[in-house]
Design a protein around this ligand. Structure first.
Ligand code: 13P
Ligand code: SF4
Length: 308
């Protein structure tokens, strides 16, 4: 079967079984093309809460599908490839946060959305990379602990200097792998290009950038800018998606290391097989108890309240 034939069959099954496909922007082109909603973590969590389809099929990593389930507990939420997790989301155990809270009870805990539901359950508010500065600024408390990404946390610290924000050592192994020398080399190779970087990269990388923002922020910036060349410092699929959308501009990858193997594990055939399996027990459904949902949702609801 050709890619186009598989895509057409997915579109047919989607209609027949009332499936909404949500795809993170780091997914492959052929998946993005058949998705109902594409975006960064914040956009997808809002989209998940608004859809009225009976079934949601998530193409991304486990914590994203879990978040979609928490926002749509009455719907069936599936993950297209059951084996796909995010290493950052698994980095911290709730006991670490509980110990900090015991020693410093006034400190509110801000959790990046890239965390498990059991970790979210002991945190006060969630943020995504596109909403972190806005939400932290909007919080009335000044003493905060930001987990797990110390690079995103450092970016927030710099943007909201009047707050006392404590960090723990954690982060995205993919973005953190970018070296500041790679930025200098990319600039030397493409002197007319603007450097657009994700805040999950190290401060030594972000401080050399022309723009620092979430996946959607980077895409919007590149599309609206009058500049013609860009060095993209986030998962390399973004450079490819932008090249399709802006054929008159040029996009270069900042580093060959920014490839998320987890995001690349979902294939178009996984999406097709999940669509076939939905309704007959052949797809991987996210199952959470009402108690698990209730305890982790508090900080997601707080994010939606403060994020607008
Ligand atoms: P955003 O989607 O919030 O930009 O985060 C990037 C990421 O690493 C997702 O896993
Ligand atoms: Fe996790 Fe980083 Fe991959 Fe995003 S890019 S899914 S944060 S490992």
């Amino acid at each position: 079967m050709l890619i186009k034939d598989i895509q057409n069959e997915i579109l047919r099954l989607k209609k027949e079984k009332d499936i909404c496909i949500l795809a993170h922007s780091y997914q492959a082109r052929e998946i993005v093309e058949i998705a109902d909603c594409v975006g960064d973590s914040y956009k997808l969590s809002v989209d998940a809460s608004k859809t009225d389809n009976e079934n949601i099929l998530f193409c991304g990593v486990h914590f994203m599908a879990e978040t979609a389930k928490m926002l749509s507990p009455d719907k069936h939420v599936y993950l297209a490839n059951p084996g796909v997790g995010c290493p950052m989301a698994e980095q911290m155990e709730p006991e670490i946060i509980e110990a900090v809270k015991r020693s410093d009870p006034d400190r509110k805990v801000v959790a990046y959305i890239n965390t498990t539901a059991k970790l979210k359950a002991v945190c006060d508010v969630c943020v995504t990379s596109s909403s972190a500065v806005k939400i932290v600024s909007a919080m009335k408390e000044n003493k905060l602990l930001f987990i797990p990404d110390c690079n995103l946390g450092a970016f927030v610290q710099k943007a909201v200097p009047d707050k006392d924000i404590k960090l723990l050592q954690g982060g995205c192994p993919v973005h953190a792998a970018v070296d500041p020398d790679e930025v200098r080399a990319a600039k030397a190779a493409h002197p007319n290009a603007l450097v657009l970087v994700h805040p999950e990269c190290r401060p030594s990388v972000t401080e050399q950038a022309d723009y620092v923002g979430s996946t959607s922020g980077i895409m919007d910036f590149a599309k609206k800018s009058d500049a013609k060349e860009f060095i993209i410092g986030t998962e390399m699929s973004i450079a490819e998606h932008l090249q399709y959308e802006c054929p008159d501009k040029k996009f270069y990858i900042l580093s060959k290391k920014i490839l998320c193997p987890n995001m690349k594990m979902t294939t178009l055939m996984d999406v097709y097989n999940s669509c076939v399996g939905i309704g007959s027990g052949g797809a991987y459904e996210i199952i959470m108890s009402p108690e698990e949902i209730a305890s982790a949702r508090v900080c997601i609801d707080e994010m939606l309240r403060l994020g607008g």
